[in-house]
Design a protein around this ligand. Structure first.
Ligand SMILES: NC(=O)c1ccc[n+]([C@@H]2O[C@H](COP(=O)([O-])OP(=O)(O)OC[C@H]3O[C@@H](n4cnc5c(N)ncnc54)[C@H](OP(=O)(O)O)[C@@H]3O)[C@@H](O)[C@H]2O)c1
Length: 334
């Protein structure tokens, strides 16, 4: 029977268990996917604690994105074949050896992508695209400041920002993280744990500030980001990886004629599916032509799900961390 990680009671990753589950029945329009890689996203670490906005009923298997091979198709499914390599997106169920999903939800694995890269592509990519293109309308020549720039969504924002023609300034907490952000396209990097990033951004922009700030970190970083904005700038609230959800000074929004935008890429996709379709079409075109490729920092066997989640919770992940059902641990992905 296929293995799956199960959350039977809310708690830290060590409370999850790896169990054999009977294969799910295949309904009309559905596909069974033999999963080869499962992406770990920061929200997974919150969902198992009951601290994320989406609270699935217990028990559940975490994991919102994976990649694998179609193993079985319902007779009414057209457009896919057994053996096709696909990316899956779902609200739960990704940390497993197999998953059953509506075939209409499947995404083709871009040519040349490993399963690990496929499992680290869609969520961060769609989040960055939704934030930068569909909400902030980032324009070529504008300055984009990306916080947590070596994290999953941060690195996707750095890469996409460059592709959109922006000048990208990246913040990150370690020399290794800053080196990866630079290698992935950042024009300038700032150690926001050691220097005042507002002063650094002003220095780097001739005093103007950043046109767009992409913030998945929250806390004091979000508070100070208002001071780093240029006139008419847009502040994208993407997440609170640092934990604290702060209040923002309304006078600073007024003084800079700024716009503060809340980003919920997954919910936006559910409410307005055309947004996710447009984002995916653009991302797959970039991936197909070799312009976008996720940075896989760690690939661990499925049984090491807790170690993988801990890499994100302890701020050690650089780019994406994935689990490999039936796979071997490798330092840099298969
Ligand atoms: N709005 C949306 O639609 C959406 C979609 C996906 C994810 N998110 C959110 O975006 C955030 C990042 O997700 P992710 O998957 O990219 O996570 P990630 O890979 O773990 O990256 C988070 C980054 O935040 C920084 N950070 C600062 N303080 C931290 C702390 N105490 N613990 C962990 N990281 C800390 C780290 O960079 P430094 O070490 O360089 O500071 C880290 O690289 C999360 O809050 C997540 O919920 C939002």
């Amino acid at each position: 029977m296929p293995l799956a990680v199960l959350c039977r009671a809310l708690g830290p990753p060590e409370r999850l268990s790896l169990e054999e589950l009977p294969p799910a029945p295949l309904g009309r329009g559905e596909a069974r996917i033999a999963l080869r890689a499962c992406g770990i996203n920061f929200p997974d670490t919150l969902t198992i604690l009951g601290r994320y906005q989406h609270k699935p009923p217990l028990p559940f298997t975490p994991g919102v994105e994976s990649a694998g091979i179609i193993a079985e198709l319902a007779p009414d499914v057209a457009g896919w074949r057994v053996g096709d390599r696909v990316i899956t997106r779902q609200r739960v169920g990704g940390y497993a050896e197999e998953i059953v999903l509506p075939a209409a939800q499947l995404i083709p694995l871009p040519p040349g992508f490993s399963f690990a890269e496929g499992a680290g592509f869609a969520v961060a990519g769609i989040t960055a695209y939704h934030a930068l293109v569909q909400r902030a309308a980032l324009r070529p020549g504008e300055t984009l400041l990306v916080h947590g720039a070596a994290g999953g969504v941060g690195l996707a924002a750095v890469e996409l920002g460059k592709l959109l023609g922006a000048r990208v300034i990246a913040t990150a907490s370690s020399a290794e993280k800053r080196a990866v952000a630079r290698a992935r396209g950042a024009d300038a990097v700032i150690d926001y744990t050691a220097e005042d990033f507002v002063a650094a951004v002003r220095r780097l922009t001739g005093g103007d500030g950043a046109d767009v700030v992409f913030d998945p970190v929250g806390g004091e970083v979000l508070v100070q980001s208002l001071r780093a904005l240029a006139w008419g700038g847009r502040l994208l609230i993407v997440g609170f990886a640092a934990g604290a959800i702060p209040a923002l000074a309304a006078n600073r929004i007024l003084l800079r004629s700024a716009t503060v935008l809340g980003i919920r890429a997954g919910e936006a996709s559910r409410r307005e599916p055309h947004l996710a379709e447009a984002a995916l079409a653009a991302l797959l075109a970039h991936a197909g032509e070799g312009r976008l490729r996720p940075h896989i920092a760690a690939a661990l066997p499925l049984a090491r799900y807790a170690d993988g989640m801990r890499l994100l919770m302890e701020r050690q992940a650089i780019g994406r961390v994935v689990l490999l059902p039936g796979g071997e641990a490798t330092p840099a992905g298969p």
